[in-house]
Design a protein around this ligand. Structure first.
Ligand code: FES
Length: 478
C-alpha cells in the first residue's frame, strides 16, 4: 500500500479506513435496497430490511468519521469549511467536492426516513431513490481523490460492489423494454370465432403466439381477468360458464375483427418434447384444450411415440374438438384414441362417436405411459393415485366470491381470494405496477390511496397493501 507512514499520519489513516468502510456500507445498503424491490417471502424481506437500515446507519457514521478525522491531518489542513462545503478544498477540489456532496445527500436521505410521514409516502419514495446517487458520488470521490485509488485491492472492491448494484438496477428499476411501466397486456385481433360444442367456442387470434403446448393466456375483459388454455398457436378455447362474466362476454359479444386484451403465454404444464416414452393425453370436458395442443405438436413433429388420446365428455353435443382430435390421432404413426360419454343421448352411437359409457378413470390409461391430465381437481387427484408422476393442470373449482377489489388507475376489477396473503400479492398476480420495499409494513413504499372502502391496514387516507386485506368491496388508486 503506498502513501505516508501510518505512525506519522494517524488521523489520515483513520480517515482512509472510515472512507472505505463508508463506501462498503453504502454499497451493501443500496444493493440490498434494490434487491428488496423484487418479490420475496416476508421473513426474508424483514431480515433484508434490517440489513438495509443498519448498513445505511453505519455508513452515515463512517462518512462523518471520514470527514472529522481529516481535520487532524497536518498536511491537508482542510478546516471545517473544507470538509463541509463542496468544491472549496485545495486537494482535488472536484472529486473531493463530489464526496462532500454525497455525504450531505446521505445525511438528508437518512433524516428523511424519520420524516416520511410529513413528506408523504409518494414524495419520500421518489426522494429515497436518490440513495443510488450517494453510491455513485462515493465511488467517484474514492476513485478521483482517494490515496488508494490506483491500488488494485480498492479497484477490485469497487468492481465487486458495482457489478451487482448495476445488475440489480437494470433488472429491478428500469422497466422492461416492452412494458414501459404498464401492465403487460396487449391487444390481439380475433380473426375467427369457431363453435366447438354446445358450450365451447374457440377464438383464433392474431398475431399467432410463440407458445409451448399446454400453456395458457390471461385474458382481460372489462377489468376482469381469466386464464384460458391455448388449444393451438393463436387459438384459445373458452367454455361458457353459467355465471362467467368473461366467458359470457367472449361468447356473446366478441366477433371476428374485434380485439381482446391478453397477457402470456404462461404455465409450466407443457409437453416434454425430448421424451420418447409412450404418452397419454388424458382429459375431461374443457380440459381437452391444453392436451389438444400437445397432440397437435406431436403430429407436427412427426412423433414416433406411442400416443394415447383419452377423453371423457357428457355426450356428443358437449364433446369439443371431436373431429379435430380424431384426425390428429389418425395422422400419428402410433396413435390411439379412447372416448367415454357419461350421459350419451339418442344421437350418440357407441363405437362411432364414443368408445365406452362412463367416466374416465385410471384404468383407461396404459401402464408405463407418461401421463398429462387436465380436468377437475378431484378427478386429477384420483388419477394421480395410480400415476403419481403425472403432470397435470386442474380446472379451477368455483371459489366463493370475495369482496370486489378495483384497481382504479389500471381499470382492473377482481374478486378477493383468501389464497393471497395481502393486496400487494393480488396486484402482482395481475401484473399491476405496485410499488413495494420491505413488504412487512415498515417502509411505507407500498402505501396506496384508498378511493372507497376499508382494509385491515388503513393509514391516513391510504393503506399499506403489503400487509392489508380488504374489509368489503374496495377501490384503490392503483
Ligand atoms: S412495502 Fe414497506 S410498508 Fe409495504
Amino acid at each position: 500500500m503506498s502513501g505516508p507512514a501510518p505512525i506519522e499520519f494517524g488521523w489520515w489513516l483513520a480517515s482512509r479506513a472510515a472512507g472505505v468502510l463508508a463506501l462498503l456500507c453504502i454499497a451493501v445498503s443500496v444493493g440490498v435496497g434494490l434487491a428488496m424491490a423484487s418479490r420475496m417471502r416476508p421473513k426474508l424481506a424483514a431480515r433484508l430490511m434490517i440489513v438495509h437500515q443498519q448498513t445505511a446507519l453505519v455508513g452515515l457514521v463512517a462518512i462523518a468519521v471520514h470527514g472529522i478525522t481529516l481535520l487532524g491531518d497536518k498536511h491537508l489542513h482542510p478546516g471545517i469549511v473544507g470538509i463541509s462545503v463542496p468544491f472549496v478544498i485545495d486537494h482535488a477540489p472536484l472529486w473531493t467536492g463530489l464526496g462532500v456532496t454525497g455525504g450531505w445527500l446521505a445525511a438528508i436521505l437518512g433524516l428523511s426516513y424519520w420524516l416520511r410521514d410529513r413528506i408523504g409516502p409518494q414524495r419520500w419514495r421518489r426522494l429515497h431513490k436518490a440513495t443510488l446517487l450517494v453510491y455513485v458520488l462515493s465511488v467517484a470521490h474514492t476513485l478521483g481523490s482517494g490515496t488508494d485509488a490506483s491500488e488494485p485491492w480498492l479497484r477490485v472492491l469497487v468492481l465487486l460492489t458495482a457489478a451487482p448494484i448495476f445488475f440489480l438496477f437494470v433488472v429491478r428499476v428500469l422497466p422492461p423494454p416492452n412494458l414501459k411501466g404498464t401492465v403487460p397486456f396487449r391487444k390481439l385481433r380475433v380473426v375467427e370465432v369457431i363453435p366447438e360444442s354446445a358450450t365451447v367456442t374457440s377464438f383464433a387470434l392474431e398475431p399467432a403466439l410463440d407458445f409451448a403446448p399446454g400453456q395458457f393466456l390471461t385474458v382481460r375483459v372489462n377489468g376482469q381477468t381469466r386464464s384460458y388454455s391455448l388449444s393451438g398457436p393463436g387459438r384459445i378455447s373458452v367454455k361458457h360458464e353459467p355465471q362467467g362474466a368473461v366467458s359470457g362476454h367472449l361468447h356473446t359479444a366478441v366477433e371476428p375483427g374485434d380485439s381482446i386484451e391478453a397477457s402470456g403465454p404462461f404455465g409450466a404444464f407443457v409437453l416434454d418434447e425430448e421424451s420418447t416414452r409412450p404418452v397419454a393425453l388424458v382429459s375431461v370436458g374443457i380440459g381437452a384444450t391444453p392436451v389438444l395442443a400437445m397432440l397437435a405438436r406431436l403430429v407436427e413433429t412427426r412423433s414416433t411415440r406411442e400416443v394415447h388420446w383419452i377423453h371423457g365428455a357428457r355426450n356428443g353435443r358437449e364433446h369439443p374438438f371431436r373431429e379435430e382430435a380424431r384426425e390428429l390421432v389418425h395422422a400419428l404413426r402410433d396413435g390411439h384414441a379412447h372416448v367415454r360419454y357419461s350421459s350419451p343421448d339418442d344421437r350418440d352411437l357407441l363405437g362411432r362417436g364414443y368408445d365406452a359409457h362412463g367416466r374416465i378413470t385410471a384404468d383407461a390409461i396404459p401402464a408405463g405411459a407418461e401421463v398429462y391430465a387436465c380436468g377437475p381437481v378431484e378427478w386429477v387427484d384420483q388419477i394421480r393415485e395410480r400415476f403419481p408422476d403425472l403432470r397435470s393442470e386442474s380446472l379451477t373449482p368455483a371459489r366463493p366470491k370475495g369482496p370486489a377489489v378495483t384497481f382504479a388507475r389500471s381499470n382492473v376489477e377482481v374478486a378477493w381470494d383468501d389464497r393471497f396473503a395481502n393486496l400487494l400479492e393480488l396486484a402482482e398476480e395481475h401484473s399491476l405496477p405496485a410499488q413495494a420495499g420491505c413488504r412487512v409494513g415498515a417502509c411505507q413504499s407500498c402505501r396506496t390511496a384508498v378511493v372507497a372502502g376499508r382494509t385491515t391496514r388503513d393509514v391516513d387516507g391510504g393503506t399499506l397493501i403489503c400487509c392489508a386485506k380488504p374489509e368489503g368491496d374496495l377501490v384503490l388508486d392503483l
